[in-house]
Design a protein around this ligand. Structure first.
Ligand code: TYD
Ligand code: MG
Length: 461
Protein backbone atom coordinates (compact mmCIF):
# COMPACT_ATOMS: atom_id res chain seq x y z
CA UNK A 1 0.00 0.00 0.00
CA UNK A 2 1.36 3.42 -0.92
CA UNK A 3 2.09 5.75 1.93
CA UNK A 4 -1.09 7.57 2.92
CA UNK A 5 -1.16 11.24 1.96
CA UNK A 6 -1.57 13.45 4.96
CA UNK A 7 -2.29 17.06 5.71
CA UNK A 8 -2.59 19.15 8.83
CA UNK A 9 -5.87 20.76 9.70
CA UNK A 10 -6.50 23.54 12.18
CA UNK A 11 -9.00 22.63 14.85
CA UNK A 12 -10.13 26.25 15.18
CA UNK A 13 -10.80 27.32 11.61
CA UNK A 14 -10.48 24.13 9.58
CA UNK A 15 -7.60 25.56 7.51
CA UNK A 16 -5.45 22.96 5.77
CA UNK A 17 -1.66 22.97 5.69
CA UNK A 18 0.70 20.63 3.93
CA UNK A 19 3.30 20.77 6.71
CA UNK A 20 2.99 20.86 10.45
CA UNK A 21 3.63 24.27 11.97
CA UNK A 22 3.16 25.73 15.40
CA UNK A 23 0.72 28.41 14.33
CA UNK A 24 -2.17 28.21 11.90
CA UNK A 25 -1.35 30.50 9.00
CA UNK A 26 -5.03 31.23 8.44
CA UNK A 27 -6.40 32.14 11.84
CA UNK A 28 -3.19 32.64 13.81
CA UNK A 29 -4.09 30.26 16.64
CA UNK A 30 -1.15 28.37 18.16
CA UNK A 31 -0.86 24.62 18.52
CA UNK A 32 -4.12 23.85 16.77
CA UNK A 33 -2.90 21.72 13.86
CA UNK A 34 -3.40 18.02 13.86
CA UNK A 35 -2.63 15.45 11.23
CA UNK A 36 -5.34 13.99 9.05
CA UNK A 37 -5.17 11.42 6.34
CA UNK A 38 -6.26 12.83 3.00
CA UNK A 39 -6.34 9.84 0.76
CA UNK A 40 -7.31 6.58 2.24
CA UNK A 41 -6.25 3.47 0.38
CA UNK A 42 -9.14 3.38 -2.03
CA UNK A 43 -9.08 -0.28 -2.87
CA UNK A 44 -10.27 -1.31 0.59
CA UNK A 45 -13.71 0.17 0.13
CA UNK A 46 -15.91 -0.38 -2.87
CA UNK A 47 -16.82 2.91 -4.45
CA UNK A 48 -13.73 4.59 -3.12
CA UNK A 49 -13.43 6.98 -0.23
CA UNK A 50 -13.09 10.31 -1.90
CA UNK A 51 -12.06 13.06 0.39
CA UNK A 52 -14.50 15.62 1.81
CA UNK A 53 -17.91 16.63 0.50
CA UNK A 54 -19.78 14.44 -1.93
CA UNK A 55 -19.49 14.38 -5.64
CA UNK A 56 -22.83 12.73 -6.25
CA UNK A 57 -23.95 9.16 -6.52
CA UNK A 58 -22.16 8.22 -9.69
CA UNK A 59 -18.84 9.21 -11.09
CA UNK A 60 -20.37 9.89 -14.51
CA UNK A 61 -21.89 13.25 -13.63
CA UNK A 62 -23.85 14.98 -16.38
CA UNK A 63 -24.47 18.67 -17.02
CA UNK A 64 -28.18 19.19 -16.31
CA UNK A 65 -30.61 22.08 -16.67
CA UNK A 66 -31.37 23.28 -13.15
CA UNK A 67 -34.96 24.04 -14.05
CA UNK A 68 -35.54 20.40 -14.90
CA UNK A 69 -34.62 19.31 -11.38
CA UNK A 70 -37.52 18.73 -9.06
CA UNK A 71 -37.61 20.90 -5.95
CA UNK A 72 -36.57 18.59 -3.15
CA UNK A 73 -35.79 21.23 -0.56
CA UNK A 74 -39.50 21.90 -0.23
CA UNK A 75 -40.36 18.32 0.54
CA UNK A 76 -40.23 18.44 4.26
CA UNK A 77 -41.56 16.11 6.84
CA UNK A 78 -42.55 17.66 10.13
CA UNK A 79 -40.90 16.00 13.09
CA UNK A 80 -43.92 16.67 15.26
CA UNK A 81 -41.89 18.81 17.66
CA UNK A 82 -42.87 22.33 16.68
CA UNK A 83 -39.88 24.13 18.16
CA UNK A 84 -37.47 21.75 16.44
CA UNK A 85 -39.26 22.12 13.11
CA UNK A 86 -39.05 25.88 13.46
CA UNK A 87 -35.28 25.78 13.93
CA UNK A 88 -34.84 23.28 11.10
CA UNK A 89 -36.67 25.74 8.85
CA UNK A 90 -39.93 23.79 8.61
CA UNK A 91 -39.08 20.14 9.19
CA UNK A 92 -36.78 17.40 7.97
CA UNK A 93 -35.31 17.62 4.50
CA UNK A 94 -34.56 14.33 2.79
CA UNK A 95 -30.84 13.81 2.25
CA UNK A 96 -29.83 16.57 4.64
CA UNK A 97 -27.21 16.28 7.35
CA UNK A 98 -27.83 18.18 10.56
CA UNK A 99 -25.20 18.54 13.26
CA UNK A 100 -26.54 19.09 16.78
CA UNK A 101 -23.90 20.42 19.12
CA UNK A 102 -23.96 21.16 22.80
CA UNK A 103 -22.34 20.52 26.14
CA UNK A 104 -22.51 17.00 27.51
CA UNK A 105 -25.71 16.51 29.49
CA UNK A 106 -27.59 19.38 27.91
CA UNK A 107 -30.19 17.05 26.39
CA UNK A 108 -29.13 16.26 22.82
CA UNK A 109 -29.84 12.54 23.08
CA UNK A 110 -33.11 13.25 24.83
CA UNK A 111 -34.21 15.68 22.12
CA UNK A 112 -33.41 13.28 19.29
CA UNK A 113 -35.06 10.33 21.01
CA UNK A 114 -38.15 12.45 21.59
CA UNK A 115 -38.02 13.45 17.94
CA UNK A 116 -38.08 9.79 16.91
CA UNK A 117 -40.99 9.27 19.28
CA UNK A 118 -42.85 12.19 17.72
CA UNK A 119 -42.13 10.92 14.21
CA UNK A 120 -43.51 7.57 15.36
CA UNK A 121 -44.16 5.23 12.51
CA UNK A 122 -44.34 7.94 9.87
CA UNK A 123 -40.70 7.52 8.83
CA UNK A 124 -38.39 4.55 9.21
CA UNK A 125 -35.70 5.48 11.66
CA UNK A 126 -32.46 4.12 13.04
CA UNK A 127 -30.85 5.39 16.23
CA UNK A 128 -27.15 4.56 16.40
CA UNK A 129 -25.67 4.95 19.83
CA UNK A 130 -21.97 4.90 20.43
CA UNK A 131 -22.14 6.16 23.97
CA UNK A 132 -24.90 4.33 25.73
CA UNK A 133 -26.03 0.73 25.75
CA UNK A 134 -29.26 -0.27 24.06
CA UNK A 135 -30.68 -0.98 27.52
CA UNK A 136 -30.00 2.60 28.58
CA UNK A 137 -31.58 3.98 25.43
CA UNK A 138 -34.67 1.81 25.82
CA UNK A 139 -35.00 2.71 29.50
CA UNK A 140 -34.80 6.39 28.69
CA UNK A 141 -37.33 5.99 25.91
CA UNK A 142 -39.77 4.35 28.30
CA UNK A 143 -39.22 7.01 30.91
CA UNK A 144 -39.95 9.65 28.30
CA UNK A 145 -43.21 7.88 27.55
CA UNK A 146 -42.24 7.13 23.96
CA UNK A 147 -43.91 4.29 22.14
CA UNK A 148 -40.90 2.13 21.31
CA UNK A 149 -42.68 -0.06 18.76
CA UNK A 150 -41.12 0.42 15.38
CA UNK A 151 -38.06 2.26 16.68
CA UNK A 152 -34.81 0.60 15.70
CA UNK A 153 -31.51 1.12 17.45
CA UNK A 154 -27.97 -0.06 16.97
CA UNK A 155 -25.10 0.10 19.44
CA UNK A 156 -22.12 0.41 17.13
CA UNK A 157 -19.18 2.71 16.51
CA UNK A 158 -17.61 1.39 13.32
CA UNK A 159 -18.73 3.49 10.37
CA UNK A 160 -18.35 0.57 7.99
CA UNK A 161 -20.74 -1.56 10.03
CA UNK A 162 -23.16 1.34 10.58
CA UNK A 163 -23.35 2.09 6.87
CA UNK A 164 -23.65 -1.62 6.09
CA UNK A 165 -26.57 -1.87 8.49
CA UNK A 166 -28.16 1.30 7.13
CA UNK A 167 -27.83 0.00 3.57
CA UNK A 168 -30.03 -2.98 4.47
CA UNK A 169 -32.52 -1.37 6.85
CA UNK A 170 -32.79 1.78 4.66
CA UNK A 171 -33.85 4.26 7.35
CA UNK A 172 -35.34 7.60 6.35
CA UNK A 173 -33.98 9.18 9.52
CA UNK A 174 -30.58 8.16 10.85
CA UNK A 175 -29.24 9.44 14.15
CA UNK A 176 -25.59 9.12 15.06
CA UNK A 177 -25.04 9.72 18.77
CA UNK A 178 -22.30 10.87 18.81
CA UNK A 179 -20.00 11.54 15.87
CA UNK A 180 -17.02 11.66 18.24
CA UNK A 181 -17.38 7.97 19.02
CA UNK A 182 -17.49 6.84 15.37
CA UNK A 183 -14.36 5.55 13.67
CA UNK A 184 -13.34 4.05 10.38
CA UNK A 185 -11.17 1.00 9.96
CA UNK A 186 -9.28 2.78 7.21
CA UNK A 187 -7.49 5.08 9.61
CA UNK A 188 -5.26 4.15 12.47
CA UNK A 189 -5.93 7.37 14.40
CA UNK A 190 -7.86 7.06 17.67
CA UNK A 191 -11.67 7.49 17.64
CA UNK A 192 -12.56 11.08 18.44
CA UNK A 193 -9.45 12.42 16.71
CA UNK A 194 -9.86 15.02 14.03
CA UNK A 195 -9.13 12.67 11.16
CA UNK A 196 -11.52 9.99 12.40
CA UNK A 197 -14.37 12.42 13.01
CA UNK A 198 -13.81 14.11 9.70
CA UNK A 199 -13.64 10.94 7.65
CA UNK A 200 -16.63 9.34 9.40
CA UNK A 201 -18.70 12.48 8.91
CA UNK A 202 -17.70 12.65 5.24
CA UNK A 203 -18.88 9.07 4.74
CA UNK A 204 -22.18 9.85 6.47
CA UNK A 205 -22.67 12.98 4.37
CA UNK A 206 -22.11 10.96 1.23
CA UNK A 207 -24.52 8.31 2.46
CA UNK A 208 -27.19 10.96 3.13
CA UNK A 209 -26.85 12.48 -0.32
CA UNK A 210 -26.90 9.14 -2.08
CA UNK A 211 -29.74 7.55 -0.14
CA UNK A 212 -31.91 10.58 0.66
CA UNK A 213 -31.77 9.74 4.36
CA UNK A 214 -31.98 12.64 6.84
CA UNK A 215 -28.95 12.24 9.04
CA UNK A 216 -28.52 13.82 12.46
CA UNK A 217 -25.05 13.93 13.97
CA UNK A 218 -24.67 14.63 17.66
CA UNK A 219 -21.47 16.48 18.47
CA UNK A 220 -20.16 17.37 21.88
CA UNK A 221 -18.77 20.81 22.23
CA UNK A 222 -15.14 20.97 23.26
CA UNK A 223 -13.71 23.23 25.93
CA UNK A 224 -12.92 25.81 23.27
CA UNK A 225 -16.54 25.85 22.17
CA UNK A 226 -16.18 24.16 18.78
CA UNK A 227 -17.85 20.93 17.84
CA UNK A 228 -15.34 18.06 17.95
CA UNK A 229 -12.61 20.65 17.76
CA UNK A 230 -12.57 20.77 14.00
CA UNK A 231 -14.67 23.44 12.45
CA UNK A 232 -14.47 21.21 9.38
CA UNK A 233 -17.62 19.42 10.47
CA UNK A 234 -19.53 22.67 10.29
CA UNK A 235 -18.50 23.09 6.65
CA UNK A 236 -19.50 19.59 5.69
CA UNK A 237 -23.06 19.48 6.96
CA UNK A 238 -26.20 21.29 5.79
CA UNK A 239 -27.23 22.67 9.14
CA UNK A 240 -25.57 23.22 12.49
CA UNK A 241 -27.82 23.55 15.52
CA UNK A 242 -26.53 24.37 18.95
CA UNK A 243 -28.35 23.23 22.04
CA UNK A 244 -27.59 25.60 24.89
CA UNK A 245 -28.70 26.41 28.38
CA UNK A 246 -27.40 27.82 31.61
CA UNK A 247 -26.29 25.31 34.18
CA UNK A 248 -28.87 25.23 36.92
CA UNK A 249 -31.61 26.47 34.60
CA UNK A 250 -34.19 24.18 33.08
CA UNK A 251 -34.46 26.29 29.95
CA UNK A 252 -32.83 24.95 26.81
CA UNK A 253 -32.37 26.94 23.65
CA UNK A 254 -31.89 25.34 20.28
CA UNK A 255 -30.30 27.74 17.84
CA UNK A 256 -29.58 27.41 14.15
CA UNK A 257 -26.02 28.51 13.59
CA UNK A 258 -25.95 27.54 9.94
CA UNK A 259 -28.85 26.29 7.87
CA UNK A 260 -28.91 25.67 4.15
CA UNK A 261 -32.68 25.19 4.32
CA UNK A 262 -33.87 27.89 6.67
CA UNK A 263 -33.14 31.06 8.59
CA UNK A 264 -30.17 31.23 10.91
CA UNK A 265 -30.56 32.62 14.41
CA UNK A 266 -33.93 30.93 14.64
CA UNK A 267 -34.55 29.87 18.21
CA UNK A 268 -36.44 26.95 19.64
CA UNK A 269 -37.10 27.03 23.35
CA UNK A 270 -37.55 23.98 25.57
CA UNK A 271 -37.72 23.29 29.27
CA UNK A 272 -36.14 20.13 30.68
CA UNK A 273 -38.58 18.34 32.94
CA UNK A 274 -38.73 15.00 34.70
CA UNK A 275 -40.39 13.65 31.58
CA UNK A 276 -37.95 15.00 29.05
CA UNK A 277 -38.00 18.21 27.06
CA UNK A 278 -41.19 20.24 26.91
CA UNK A 279 -41.69 22.84 24.24
CA UNK A 280 -42.09 26.47 25.23
CA UNK A 281 -44.00 27.79 22.25
CA UNK A 282 -44.52 31.34 23.57
CA UNK A 283 -41.20 32.12 25.16
CA UNK A 284 -41.51 35.87 25.00
CA UNK A 285 -41.42 36.76 28.64
CA UNK A 286 -39.41 33.89 30.13
CA UNK A 287 -36.13 35.74 29.75
CA UNK A 288 -37.21 38.37 32.22
CA UNK A 289 -36.11 37.85 35.77
CA UNK A 290 -38.79 38.07 38.40
CA UNK A 291 -38.20 41.30 40.29
CA UNK A 292 -41.19 42.86 41.91
CA UNK A 293 -39.42 46.23 42.03
CA UNK A 294 -37.24 47.88 39.40
CA UNK A 295 -33.61 47.29 40.39
CA UNK A 296 -30.51 49.25 39.43
CA UNK A 297 -28.54 47.72 36.58
CA UNK A 298 -31.43 46.00 34.91
CA UNK A 299 -32.95 46.94 31.55
CA UNK A 300 -35.41 45.12 29.33
CA UNK A 301 -34.95 44.94 25.59
CA UNK A 302 -36.96 43.49 22.76
CA UNK A 303 -34.70 41.38 20.64
CA UNK A 304 -35.70 39.61 17.51
CA UNK A 305 -33.93 36.33 17.20
CA UNK A 306 -34.97 34.41 14.14
CA UNK A 307 -38.53 35.17 13.28
CA UNK A 308 -40.06 36.14 16.59
CA UNK A 309 -39.58 38.97 19.06
CA UNK A 310 -38.44 38.16 22.58
CA UNK A 311 -38.40 40.27 25.71
CA UNK A 312 -35.02 39.83 27.32
CA UNK A 313 -33.52 41.35 30.42
CA UNK A 314 -29.99 42.71 30.37
CA UNK A 315 -28.21 43.08 33.68
CA UNK A 316 -25.14 45.16 34.34
CA UNK A 317 -22.90 45.50 37.35
CA UNK A 318 -20.49 48.40 37.44
CA UNK A 319 -18.13 48.42 40.37
CA UNK A 320 -14.91 50.24 41.28
CA UNK A 321 -11.94 48.22 40.08
CA UNK A 322 -8.70 47.52 41.88
CA UNK A 323 -7.05 46.43 38.65
CA UNK A 324 -4.91 48.57 36.37
CA UNK A 325 -6.99 47.22 33.47
CA UNK A 326 -10.57 47.02 34.75
CA UNK A 327 -12.53 44.03 33.60
CA UNK A 328 -15.14 44.03 30.85
CA UNK A 329 -17.01 40.77 31.05
CA UNK A 330 -20.04 39.84 28.99
CA UNK A 331 -22.27 36.77 29.07
CA UNK A 332 -24.51 36.43 26.07
CA UNK A 333 -23.14 39.51 24.32
CA UNK A 334 -20.03 40.34 22.39
CA UNK A 335 -17.25 41.67 24.55
CA UNK A 336 -15.68 44.02 22.00
CA UNK A 337 -19.04 45.61 21.41
CA UNK A 338 -19.28 46.38 25.14
CA UNK A 339 -15.87 48.05 25.09
CA UNK A 340 -17.01 50.19 22.17
CA UNK A 341 -20.29 51.08 23.84
CA UNK A 342 -18.49 52.14 27.02
CA UNK A 343 -16.32 54.49 24.97
CA UNK A 344 -19.44 55.99 23.40
CA UNK A 345 -21.00 56.30 26.85
CA UNK A 346 -17.99 58.24 28.05
CA UNK A 347 -17.80 60.52 25.07
CA UNK A 348 -21.49 61.13 24.43
CA UNK A 349 -23.18 60.21 27.68
CA UNK A 350 -20.76 61.86 30.08
CA UNK A 351 -20.18 58.78 32.26
CA UNK A 352 -16.58 57.71 32.75
CA UNK A 353 -16.26 54.05 33.67
CA UNK A 354 -12.58 53.61 32.82
CA UNK A 355 -11.76 52.84 36.46
CA UNK A 356 -14.71 50.49 36.91
CA UNK A 357 -15.18 46.77 36.32
CA UNK A 358 -18.18 46.27 34.04
CA UNK A 359 -20.08 42.98 33.91
CA UNK A 360 -23.03 42.52 31.58
CA UNK A 361 -25.24 39.43 31.51
CA UNK A 362 -28.23 38.48 29.41
CA UNK A 363 -30.76 36.67 31.62
CA UNK A 364 -31.70 33.08 30.86
CA UNK A 365 -28.54 31.98 29.06
CA UNK A 366 -29.68 33.43 25.79
CA UNK A 367 -27.18 34.97 23.41
CA UNK A 368 -28.07 38.26 21.76
CA UNK A 369 -26.16 39.00 18.60
CA UNK A 370 -28.01 41.91 17.14
CA UNK A 371 -27.05 45.54 17.56
CA UNK A 372 -30.50 46.43 18.87
CA UNK A 373 -29.08 45.46 22.27
CA UNK A 374 -26.74 48.48 22.30
CA UNK A 375 -29.11 50.99 23.84
CA UNK A 376 -30.50 48.71 26.58
CA UNK A 377 -26.96 47.61 27.46
CA UNK A 378 -25.90 51.21 27.95
CA UNK A 379 -29.02 52.01 29.95
CA UNK A 380 -28.32 49.04 32.23
CA UNK A 381 -24.67 50.02 32.64
CA UNK A 382 -25.49 53.60 33.47
CA UNK A 383 -28.26 52.52 35.82
CA UNK A 384 -25.81 50.35 37.77
CA UNK A 385 -23.10 53.01 37.68
CA UNK A 386 -25.45 55.62 39.16
CA UNK A 387 -27.15 53.02 41.35
CA UNK A 388 -30.51 54.30 40.15
CA UNK A 389 -33.15 51.94 38.80
CA UNK A 390 -34.63 52.59 35.40
CA UNK A 391 -38.33 53.51 35.32
CA UNK A 392 -40.72 50.62 35.85
CA UNK A 393 -42.18 48.92 32.75
CA UNK A 394 -39.58 50.38 30.40
CA UNK A 395 -38.24 48.64 27.30
CA UNK A 396 -35.61 49.87 24.91
CA UNK A 397 -33.89 48.85 21.73
CA UNK A 398 -31.63 50.57 19.21
CA UNK A 399 -28.17 50.49 17.73
CA UNK A 400 -25.71 53.02 19.12
CA UNK A 401 -23.27 54.53 16.63
CA UNK A 402 -19.77 55.77 17.40
CA UNK A 403 -20.85 59.38 17.25
CA UNK A 404 -23.57 58.78 19.81
CA UNK A 405 -26.42 58.56 17.34
CA UNK A 406 -29.20 56.03 17.89
CA UNK A 407 -29.73 54.11 14.68
CA UNK A 408 -32.84 52.24 13.59
CA UNK A 409 -33.15 48.45 13.74
CA UNK A 410 -35.37 46.14 11.66
CA UNK A 411 -38.91 45.07 12.62
CA UNK A 412 -39.50 47.86 15.12
CA UNK A 413 -43.28 47.71 14.94
CA UNK A 414 -43.34 44.03 15.77
CA UNK A 415 -41.04 44.61 18.75
CA UNK A 416 -43.21 47.42 20.02
CA UNK A 417 -46.33 45.32 19.70
CA UNK A 418 -44.68 42.55 21.71
CA UNK A 419 -43.78 45.01 24.47
CA UNK A 420 -47.31 46.45 24.49
CA UNK A 421 -48.81 42.94 24.72
CA UNK A 422 -46.71 42.19 27.77
CA UNK A 423 -47.83 45.26 29.64
CA UNK A 424 -44.86 47.57 29.18
CA UNK A 425 -45.65 51.28 29.52
CA UNK A 426 -42.66 53.11 28.02
CA UNK A 427 -40.41 52.33 25.07
CA UNK A 428 -37.26 54.23 24.20
CA UNK A 429 -36.52 53.53 20.56
CA UNK A 430 -34.60 55.05 17.64
CA UNK A 431 -36.43 58.09 16.26
CA UNK A 432 -36.46 56.55 12.79
CA UNK A 433 -38.25 53.52 14.23
CA UNK A 434 -40.90 55.43 16.19
CA UNK A 435 -44.35 55.32 14.59
CA UNK A 436 -46.22 58.60 13.96
CA UNK A 437 -48.53 57.95 16.86
CA UNK A 438 -46.64 58.07 20.10
CA UNK A 439 -48.86 55.51 21.78
CA UNK A 440 -49.60 51.89 21.11
CA UNK A 441 -52.29 50.89 23.59
CA UNK A 442 -50.82 51.68 26.99
CA UNK A 443 -47.31 51.83 25.63
CA UNK A 444 -45.81 55.29 25.29
CA UNK A 445 -43.20 55.40 22.53
CA UNK A 446 -40.32 57.82 22.86
CA UNK A 447 -38.21 58.24 19.73
CA UNK A 448 -34.63 59.42 20.34
CA UNK A 449 -31.90 60.52 17.96
CA UNK A 450 -28.88 60.67 20.25
CA UNK A 451 -27.63 58.84 23.30
CA UNK A 452 -28.00 62.02 25.35
CA UNK A 453 -31.71 62.20 24.41
CA UNK A 454 -32.21 58.61 25.51
CA UNK A 455 -30.57 59.24 28.89
CA UNK A 456 -32.63 62.39 29.35
CA UNK A 457 -35.80 60.49 28.45
CA UNK A 458 -35.25 57.92 31.22
CA UNK A 459 -35.00 60.77 33.73
CA UNK A 460 -38.28 62.31 32.55
CA UNK A 461 -40.49 59.22 32.66
P1 TYD B 1 -28.91 13.83 27.57
O1 TYD B 1 -29.95 13.86 26.52
O2 TYD B 1 -28.32 12.52 27.93
O3 TYD B 1 -27.74 14.84 27.23
P2 TYD B 1 -26.64 14.79 26.06
O4 TYD B 1 -27.04 13.74 25.11
O5 TYD B 1 -26.68 16.18 25.48
O6 TYD B 1 -25.34 14.54 26.72
O7 TYD B 1 -29.54 14.55 28.83
C1 TYD B 1 -29.14 14.20 30.06
C2 TYD B 1 -29.61 15.17 31.10
O8 TYD B 1 -30.98 15.48 31.04
C3 TYD B 1 -29.38 14.53 32.42
O9 TYD B 1 -28.58 15.40 33.18
C4 TYD B 1 -30.71 14.32 33.00
C5 TYD B 1 -31.62 15.22 32.27
N1 TYD B 1 -32.95 14.64 32.01
C6 TYD B 1 -34.05 15.12 32.67
O10 TYD B 1 -33.96 16.03 33.48
N2 TYD B 1 -35.29 14.58 32.40
C7 TYD B 1 -35.45 13.56 31.53
O11 TYD B 1 -36.58 13.10 31.31
C8 TYD B 1 -34.28 13.07 30.84
C9 TYD B 1 -34.39 11.94 29.86
C10 TYD B 1 -33.06 13.63 31.11
MG1 MG C 1 -26.07 11.91 24.83
Amino acid sequence: MAKAKTAYVCSECGGEHSKWQGQCAECGVWNSLSEIVLEVATKTVAGGARRGGYAGASDAAKVTRLASIADVADERSATGIGELDRVLGGGLVAGSVVLIGGDPGIGKSTLLLQMLGAIGGRLRSLYVTGEESLAQVAARGRRLGINLDGLEALAETSIERILGEAATSKPEVLIIDSIQTIWTELLTAAPGSVSQVRESAARLVRFAKESGTSVFLVGHVTKEGGIAGPRVLEHMVDAVLYFEGESGSRLRILRAFKNRFGAVNELGVFAMSGKGLKEVPNPSAIFLSAHSQPTPGSAVMVTREGTRPLLVEVQALVDGSALPNPRRVTLGLEQNRLAMLLAVLHRHGGAAVHDQDVFVNVVGGIRVQETAADLPVLLAVLSSFRDRALPDKLVAFGEVGLSGEIRPVPNAEERLREAATHGFRHAIVPKANAPKKSRMGDLEIIGVERLGDALAATAEI
